[in-house]
Design a binder for this molecule. Structure first.
Ligand code: ADP
Length: 411
């Protein structure tokens, strides 16, 4: 060290003091052999105070072990290089505080001894600025994230709003459609009433007038015949009114159903009894008599309405002297009822429209009718998990089959 001190010239001193970086030179034993003013100031030492001290005094204690090894390795190689390799480097001041540094190491040999010159820069300001930038960036990221979140929330709210509006719009259009259909229905009802009610009402009037003319006791037969006609026509009008009420309820979504367990024979007998009054000359209904032990769990009114419609059609669209068959087949969880007639049938090209409301086949137009019976039977049955299908051949006959679910079919 002495030799070095003696040999170094004034030029080096002037140069090293003029440089703003700290210069620290250590020998092979890592003893500091010289330091410039900038290095002394940076590390908080008086001029010359560092001389002879181990390099460790400038390094935070927690890095001592590692550092020693690294310097030894470094001494064995001789290329100048930057310290740290991407790691943050710290210096230790005399007062034990630490501060970030950047250091370049330059090994050299002089008069047979090896030295390392470290060029040290205090990067506290730069690090603080870097930290500030990182903080600002993360603040910015947080702000962006918060904004994005708020934005996506708004978008979601808007989407919900749009969905609600669409739903409201749909409801309005739906209720407008229903209102329009109901209005059409009412108009149709008025025109149908004038057509469909006129004939039976005048029939009722005629029969009532005629019945009144048979005053003799032995003319009871004739009186009864007219009273039966009156009953039939009233029943017919009543059926039409029921159908219309059904449509209105279905349209308004107000159709209510009542499930009950009841004997199948009760409904069948009622339907057959009423249908018998409508039979044409020589017509006959054959229906099963062994159904007394069949109980069904279903809506009684809907079953009655369905069978009445099908039987009345079979009578209406068949000629005198024909047979109408009712076949009942209990399945495992359902009941199957067929009404078979030998009537005029439905023209093939019109079969696909037969369940449309108000649709009447061409070969039916001379008979009274509204074209709504099958439509409401289908709607009701399907609402209750049932089905209605048919097969028909013109001038041969038709078979209508209804199937509906029922829990217990036999007792
Ligand atoms: P309506 O009998 O009052 O006209 P429906 O809805 O009961 O109305 O029947 C619709 C149409 O289906 C009838 O007009 C008729 O053309 C046809 N139809 C229904 N049942 C039969 C049947 N058993 N035989 C022939 N045609 C039928």
């Amino acid at each position: 060290m002495k030799v070095f001190e003696e040999k170094k010239g004034n030029v080096f001193r002037i140069l090293s003091e003029a440089i703003s970086e700290g210069i620290v030179i250590v020998n092979e034993k890592q003893e500091i052999v010289t330091s410039n003013e900038a290095a002394d100031r940076m590390f908080g030492y008086e001029a010359g105070e560092l001389l002879g001290q181990n390099l460790n005094v400038l390094i935070p204690r927690k890095y001592h072990n590692n550092h020693h090894k690294q310097v030894d390795e470094f001494m064995d190689r001789s290329d100048p290089r930057q310290m740290g390799h991407g790691r943050d480097l710290y210096g230790r001041r005399k007062d034990e505080t630490t501060f970030p540094v950047e250091a370049g190491l330059n090994p050299f040999e002089i008069y047979g001894s090896r030295y390392v010159m470290a060029l040290v820069t205090d990067i506290t300001v730069r690090k603080t600025q870097e930290l500030k930038i990182v903080e600002l960036n993360s603040e910015l990221e947080q702000k962006i994230e918060a904004r994005t979140h708020a934005l996506s929330q708004t978008v979601n709210e808007l989407k919900e709003e749009v969905a609600k509006r669409k739903e409201a719009e749909y409801k309005i259009t739906e209720s407008l459609r229903k209102e329009r259909e109901l209005n059409e229905l009412k108009t149709k009802f008025l025109s149908l009433v004038s057509h469909e009610f006129k004939t039976p009402l005048s029939g009722i009037l005629t029969s009532a007038t005629l019945a009144g003319k048979y005053t003799e006791t032995e003319q009871q037969d004739k009186r009864e015949k007219h009273l039966r006609t009156i009953q039939n026509k009233v029943k017919y009008l009543n059926n039409i009114l029921n159908d219309f009420l059904s449509i209105e309820r279905l349209e308004l979504g107000k159709a209510t159903y009542k499930f009950d367990t009841f004997p199948l024979s009760k409904v069948v007998n009622e339907v057959i009894y009423n249908a018998n009054m409508l039979l044409k000359e020589g017509q006959n209904i054959i229906y099963p008599s062994n159904i007394d032990d069949i109980n069904v769990f279903f809506d009684e009114k809907i079953l009655e309405l369905s069978l009445t419609n099908l039987i009345n059609n079979a009578i209406k669209y068949s000629s005198e002297g024909t047979i109408i068959n009712m076949i009942i087949t209990p399945e495992k969880d359902s009941l199957n009822i067929k009404i078979i007639d030998q009537g005029r049938g439905i023209p093939e090209k019109e079969q696909k429209f037969i369940f449309n409301r108000y649709f009447r086949a061409e070969n039916a137009l001379l008979d009274p009718g509204t074209g709504i019976g099958l439509n409401i039977v289908k709607s009701h049955l399907e609402s209750l998990g049932g089905t209605i299908i048919f097969e028909s051949e013109e001038n041969k006959g038709s078979t209508f089959t209804i199937t509906f679910p029922t829990k217990n079919t036999t007792e």
